[in-house]
Design a protein around this ligand. Structure first.
Ligand SMILES: [Zn+2]
Ligand SMILES: [Zn+2]
Length: 148
């Protein structure tokens, strides 16, 4: 491990110094440009809660007919005249169930459709993810135009 850090031009830790692996890793990725090119597209933890605005704007539905459909969160069937919320992906949930859920994380528990969040860091991450995907497409397009 010492050689590895040496190659990277970092000094070894002195007595009593604590390594900071995350920081090392982040610097390693940035120094080598890997962060940009090997963007993994994964958020390292549960995405943040959905924005209050997005939750407020969810479509309200009143269940009008008996169906075999369950709320994917509590797994109970919807009852007639029960209020439900519809996500933009058209999945239905009990109002209470989905609001509790969206206070934890921003995506549909059924299909992972994502609502916007109030978290700047996460929104920046999503933009970067899009850019990384776009870049990949651009490279493929370029590749195809050169080799076909
Ligand atoms: Zn429910
Ligand atoms: Zn969904």
């Amino acid at each position: 491990m010492a050689d590895y850090y040496h190659e990277m031009g970092w000094r070894e830790l002195g007595d009593g110094e604590q390594p900071n692996h995350l920081l090392h890793m982040a610097r390693f990725l940035i120094d080598c440009g890997l962060y940009e090119d090997n963007f993994t597209g994964e958020w390292p933890r549960l995405p943040p809660a959905a924005s209050k605005e997005a939750v407020k704007n969810l479509k309200e539905v009143v269940i009008e007919e008996v169906s075999e459909q369950n709320c994917p969160i509590c797994l109970k069937k919807f009852r007639i005249n029960e209020k439900a919320k519809e996500m933009p992906c058209q999945h239905l949930f009990h109002e209470k169930c989905i609001i509790t859920w969206l206070n934890q994380t921003n995506s549909c528990p059924f299909c992972r459709y994502e609502l916007p969040t109030d978290d700047e860091g996460y929104e920046a991450f999503k933009k970067e993810k899009k850019r990384a995907e776009q870049r990949k497409e651009d490279i493929e397009t370029l590749h195809n135009s050169m080799f076909s």
